[in-house]
Design a protein around this ligand. Sequence first.
Ligand code: COA
Length: 224
Amino acid sequence: MSELCAELAALFPPGAVAAQLHGVAQPEYLTKDEISAVSHCSEKRVSDFTAGRLCARRALKELGIEGFSLLPARDRQPVWPKGIAGSITHTEGYSAAVVIRQGSVRSVGLDAERVAAVHEELWARICAPAELRNLRAFHGTRRGERAAVTFAAKEAFYKSQFALTGEWIGFADVVVELEDESGGGGVFTVTPQRPVLLQRQEPRQLAGRFRRHGEFVSAGIALC
Ligand SMILES: CC(C)(COP(=O)(O)OP(=O)(O)OC[C@H]1O[C@@H](n2cnc3c(N)ncnc32)[C@H](O)[C@@H]1OP(=O)(O)O)[C@@H](O)C(=O)NCCC(=O)NCCS
Protein backbone atom coordinates (compact mmCIF):
# COMPACT_ATOMS: atom_id res chain seq x y z
CA MET A 1 0.00 0.00 0.00
CA SER A 2 1.13 3.57 -0.54
CA GLU A 3 2.25 5.63 2.44
CA LEU A 4 3.12 9.26 2.97
CA CYS A 5 6.86 9.96 3.01
CA ALA A 6 8.07 13.17 4.64
CA GLU A 7 11.70 12.57 3.54
CA LEU A 8 10.58 12.46 -0.07
CA ALA A 9 8.40 15.56 0.30
CA ALA A 10 11.48 17.32 1.75
CA LEU A 11 13.09 17.21 -1.70
CA PHE A 12 10.55 19.90 -2.63
CA PRO A 13 9.47 23.28 -1.23
CA PRO A 14 7.17 23.45 1.82
CA GLY A 15 3.60 22.42 1.01
CA ALA A 16 4.62 19.43 -1.11
CA VAL A 17 3.13 16.06 -0.18
CA ALA A 18 4.75 12.80 -1.29
CA ALA A 19 3.75 9.17 -1.06
CA GLN A 20 5.66 6.00 -1.90
CA LEU A 21 4.97 2.31 -2.41
CA HIS A 22 7.41 -0.58 -2.10
CA GLY A 23 6.62 -3.69 -4.14
CA VAL A 24 3.85 -4.11 -6.72
CA ALA A 25 0.27 -2.85 -6.83
CA GLN A 26 -2.97 -4.52 -7.84
CA PRO A 27 -5.01 -2.85 -10.63
CA GLU A 28 -8.28 -3.29 -8.74
CA TYR A 29 -7.49 0.04 -7.04
CA LEU A 30 -7.75 2.03 -10.27
CA THR A 31 -10.88 3.98 -11.20
CA LYS A 32 -12.93 2.83 -14.21
CA ASP A 33 -11.47 5.58 -16.43
CA GLU A 34 -7.91 4.83 -15.32
CA ILE A 35 -8.44 1.12 -16.12
CA SER A 36 -9.66 2.02 -19.62
CA ALA A 37 -6.59 4.19 -20.15
CA VAL A 38 -4.27 1.18 -19.73
CA SER A 39 -6.57 -1.66 -20.83
CA HIS A 40 -4.40 -2.26 -23.93
CA CYS A 41 -1.13 -2.36 -21.93
CA SER A 42 1.05 -5.19 -20.64
CA GLU A 43 0.63 -6.53 -17.10
CA LYS A 44 3.90 -4.86 -16.04
CA ARG A 45 2.82 -1.50 -17.44
CA VAL A 46 -0.57 -1.75 -15.69
CA SER A 47 1.17 -2.62 -12.44
CA ASP A 48 3.56 0.37 -12.71
CA PHE A 49 0.71 2.69 -13.70
CA THR A 50 -1.34 1.48 -10.73
CA ALA A 51 1.50 1.90 -8.25
CA GLY A 52 2.08 5.47 -9.41
CA ARG A 53 -1.65 6.27 -9.26
CA LEU A 54 -1.94 4.84 -5.74
CA CYS A 55 0.90 7.09 -4.57
CA ALA A 56 -0.61 10.10 -6.32
CA ARG A 57 -4.02 9.35 -4.81
CA ARG A 58 -2.59 9.07 -1.30
CA ALA A 59 -0.74 12.37 -1.70
CA LEU A 60 -3.74 14.19 -3.27
CA LYS A 61 -5.91 13.07 -0.34
CA GLU A 62 -3.68 15.16 1.94
CA LEU A 63 -4.58 18.18 -0.20
CA GLY A 64 -8.28 17.35 0.22
CA ILE A 65 -8.70 15.87 -3.27
CA GLU A 66 -10.41 12.47 -3.48
CA GLY A 67 -12.24 10.43 -6.13
CA PHE A 68 -10.17 11.98 -8.95
CA SER A 69 -9.24 9.89 -12.01
CA LEU A 70 -5.64 10.76 -12.86
CA LEU A 71 -5.62 10.14 -16.60
CA PRO A 72 -2.61 10.27 -18.91
CA ALA A 73 -2.46 12.93 -21.62
CA ARG A 74 -1.38 11.93 -25.14
CA ASP A 75 2.20 12.79 -24.27
CA ARG A 76 1.95 10.51 -21.18
CA GLN A 77 1.98 13.32 -18.63
CA PRO A 78 -0.66 12.83 -15.93
CA VAL A 79 -3.49 15.39 -16.14
CA TRP A 80 -3.42 16.72 -12.57
CA PRO A 81 -6.42 18.37 -10.93
CA LYS A 82 -6.66 22.11 -11.66
CA GLY A 83 -4.24 24.12 -9.54
CA ILE A 84 -2.06 21.11 -8.68
CA ALA A 85 1.44 20.31 -9.92
CA GLY A 86 2.62 16.75 -9.52
CA SER A 87 5.01 14.09 -10.69
CA ILE A 88 5.13 10.29 -10.67
CA THR A 89 7.98 7.82 -10.86
CA HIS A 90 8.33 4.05 -10.80
CA THR A 91 11.31 1.77 -10.87
CA GLU A 92 11.55 -1.94 -10.12
CA GLY A 93 10.18 -2.46 -6.58
CA TYR A 94 9.51 1.21 -5.82
CA SER A 95 7.03 3.88 -6.92
CA ALA A 96 6.36 7.40 -5.70
CA ALA A 97 4.44 10.59 -6.41
CA VAL A 98 4.59 14.19 -5.26
CA VAL A 99 1.93 16.89 -5.43
CA ILE A 100 1.86 20.57 -4.50
CA ARG A 101 -0.63 23.40 -4.89
CA GLN A 102 0.51 25.68 -7.70
CA GLY A 103 1.48 29.11 -6.49
CA SER A 104 5.08 30.12 -6.51
CA VAL A 105 5.84 26.55 -7.65
CA ARG A 106 4.81 26.07 -11.27
CA SER A 107 5.87 22.47 -11.81
CA VAL A 108 7.67 19.60 -10.10
CA GLY A 109 9.68 16.63 -11.30
CA LEU A 110 10.40 13.45 -9.34
CA ASP A 111 12.46 10.45 -10.36
CA ALA A 112 13.65 7.34 -8.51
CA GLU A 113 16.18 4.79 -9.70
CA ARG A 114 17.40 1.45 -8.35
CA VAL A 115 21.15 2.07 -8.12
CA ALA A 116 22.06 -1.43 -9.36
CA ALA A 117 19.92 -0.92 -12.48
CA VAL A 118 22.00 2.04 -13.66
CA HIS A 119 24.72 -0.19 -15.11
CA GLU A 120 28.13 1.20 -15.93
CA GLU A 121 27.51 0.60 -19.65
CA LEU A 122 24.73 3.24 -19.44
CA TRP A 123 26.86 5.97 -17.93
CA ALA A 124 28.29 7.22 -21.21
CA ARG A 125 24.73 7.64 -22.54
CA ILE A 126 23.46 9.41 -19.43
CA CYS A 127 26.46 11.58 -18.65
CA ALA A 128 28.15 14.44 -20.44
CA PRO A 129 31.99 14.32 -20.49
CA ALA A 130 32.19 16.73 -17.51
CA GLU A 131 29.85 14.49 -15.49
CA LEU A 132 31.92 11.40 -16.35
CA ARG A 133 35.03 13.25 -15.17
CA ASN A 134 33.30 14.09 -11.87
CA LEU A 135 32.26 10.44 -11.42
CA ARG A 136 35.87 9.31 -11.74
CA ALA A 137 36.69 11.15 -8.50
CA PHE A 138 34.57 8.53 -6.66
CA HIS A 139 35.14 4.80 -6.24
CA GLY A 140 33.18 1.58 -5.82
CA THR A 141 29.54 1.85 -4.73
CA ARG A 142 29.83 5.64 -4.29
CA ARG A 143 30.56 6.03 -7.98
CA GLY A 144 27.57 3.88 -8.97
CA GLU A 145 25.32 5.79 -6.60
CA ARG A 146 26.37 9.14 -8.05
CA ALA A 147 25.76 7.91 -11.58
CA ALA A 148 22.24 6.86 -10.51
CA VAL A 149 21.64 10.24 -8.84
CA THR A 150 22.83 12.02 -12.00
CA PHE A 151 20.37 9.95 -14.04
CA ALA A 152 17.50 10.58 -11.57
CA ALA A 153 18.26 14.32 -11.46
CA LYS A 154 18.13 14.56 -15.27
CA GLU A 155 14.87 12.62 -15.48
CA ALA A 156 13.33 14.72 -12.69
CA PHE A 157 14.43 17.92 -14.43
CA TYR A 158 13.09 16.63 -17.75
CA LYS A 159 9.65 15.98 -16.25
CA SER A 160 9.49 19.36 -14.51
CA GLN A 161 10.45 21.34 -17.60
CA PHE A 162 8.29 19.28 -19.96
CA ALA A 163 5.22 20.20 -17.92
CA LEU A 164 5.88 23.87 -18.77
CA THR A 165 7.33 23.73 -22.27
CA GLY A 166 6.62 20.34 -23.86
CA GLU A 167 10.21 20.39 -25.09
CA TRP A 168 12.25 17.21 -25.58
CA ILE A 169 15.69 17.55 -24.01
CA GLY A 170 18.46 14.97 -24.38
CA PHE A 171 20.93 13.75 -21.78
CA ALA A 172 23.81 15.68 -23.37
CA ASP A 173 21.78 18.91 -23.32
CA VAL A 174 22.19 19.49 -19.58
CA VAL A 175 24.97 19.04 -17.04
CA VAL A 176 24.12 18.11 -13.48
CA GLU A 177 26.38 18.89 -10.54
CA LEU A 178 25.87 17.13 -7.22
CA GLU A 179 26.78 18.36 -3.79
CA ASP A 180 26.53 15.93 -0.89
CA GLU A 181 25.17 17.01 2.45
CA SER A 182 25.28 15.00 5.65
CA GLY A 183 22.37 12.57 6.15
CA GLY A 184 22.34 10.60 2.90
CA GLY A 185 21.33 13.27 0.43
CA GLY A 186 22.29 16.54 -1.11
CA VAL A 187 21.53 19.17 -3.70
CA PHE A 188 21.97 19.28 -7.45
CA THR A 189 22.10 22.03 -10.03
CA VAL A 190 21.18 21.75 -13.70
CA THR A 191 23.03 23.78 -16.35
CA PRO A 192 21.64 23.67 -19.90
CA GLN A 193 24.32 23.22 -22.57
CA ARG A 194 22.13 24.76 -25.28
CA PRO A 195 19.29 27.28 -25.21
CA VAL A 196 16.17 25.52 -23.88
CA LEU A 197 12.59 26.82 -24.00
CA LEU A 198 12.39 26.84 -20.21
CA GLN A 199 14.90 29.71 -20.04
CA ARG A 200 12.36 31.99 -21.78
CA GLN A 201 10.16 31.56 -18.70
CA GLU A 202 12.98 32.81 -16.49
CA PRO A 203 12.86 30.13 -13.80
CA ARG A 204 14.30 31.39 -10.53
CA GLN A 205 16.88 28.60 -10.28
CA LEU A 206 17.49 25.17 -11.73
CA ALA A 207 18.31 23.27 -8.57
CA GLY A 208 16.87 20.29 -6.75
CA ARG A 209 17.54 17.80 -4.01
CA PHE A 210 18.35 14.08 -3.90
CA ARG A 211 18.30 11.33 -1.31
CA ARG A 212 19.57 7.79 -0.98
CA HIS A 213 17.18 5.28 0.52
CA GLY A 214 18.17 1.63 0.68
CA GLU A 215 18.88 0.33 -2.81
CA PHE A 216 17.26 3.41 -4.40
CA VAL A 217 18.01 7.06 -5.03
CA SER A 218 15.40 9.76 -5.64
CA ALA A 219 15.73 13.25 -7.07
CA GLY A 220 13.22 16.07 -6.96
CA ILE A 221 13.08 19.54 -8.46
CA ALA A 222 10.54 22.33 -8.34
CA LEU A 223 10.41 25.12 -10.92
CA CYS A 224 9.30 28.48 -9.56
C1 COA B 1 9.34 10.71 -19.61
C2 COA B 1 10.55 10.03 -18.99
C3 COA B 1 11.38 11.12 -18.29
C4 COA B 1 10.05 9.01 -17.98
O1 COA B 1 11.08 8.53 -17.20
P1 COA B 1 11.22 6.97 -16.82
O2 COA B 1 12.44 6.86 -15.98
O3 COA B 1 11.12 6.17 -18.05
O4 COA B 1 9.99 6.59 -15.99
P2 COA B 1 9.47 6.99 -14.55
O5 COA B 1 8.79 5.79 -14.05
O6 COA B 1 10.44 7.62 -13.65
O7 COA B 1 8.39 8.10 -14.90
C5 COA B 1 7.26 7.75 -15.61
C6 COA B 1 6.18 8.73 -15.26
O8 COA B 1 6.56 10.03 -15.67
C7 COA B 1 5.40 10.73 -16.09
N1 COA B 1 5.66 11.22 -17.43
C8 COA B 1 5.68 10.55 -18.58
N2 COA B 1 6.00 11.36 -19.59
C9 COA B 1 6.19 12.58 -19.04
C10 COA B 1 6.54 13.83 -19.57
N3 COA B 1 6.76 13.99 -20.87
N4 COA B 1 6.65 14.87 -18.73
C11 COA B 1 6.43 14.73 -17.41
N5 COA B 1 6.10 13.55 -16.84
C12 COA B 1 5.98 12.50 -17.66
C13 COA B 1 4.23 9.76 -16.05
O9 COA B 1 3.52 9.99 -14.86
C14 COA B 1 4.91 8.41 -16.00
O10 COA B 1 4.23 7.43 -15.27
P3 COA B 1 2.81 6.90 -15.75
O11 COA B 1 2.91 6.72 -17.23
O12 COA B 1 2.59 5.65 -15.01
O13 COA B 1 1.85 7.99 -15.38
C15 COA B 1 11.45 9.33 -20.05
O14 COA B 1 10.81 8.21 -20.51
C16 COA B 1 11.76 10.21 -21.23
O15 COA B 1 11.00 10.27 -22.18
N6 COA B 1 12.90 10.91 -21.21
C17 COA B 1 13.27 11.82 -22.26
C18 COA B 1 14.75 12.12 -22.33
C19 COA B 1 15.35 12.45 -21.03
O16 COA B 1 15.17 11.76 -20.06
N7 COA B 1 16.17 13.48 -20.97
C20 COA B 1 16.83 13.79 -19.74
C21 COA B 1 17.75 14.92 -19.98
S1 COA B 1 17.22 16.36 -19.16
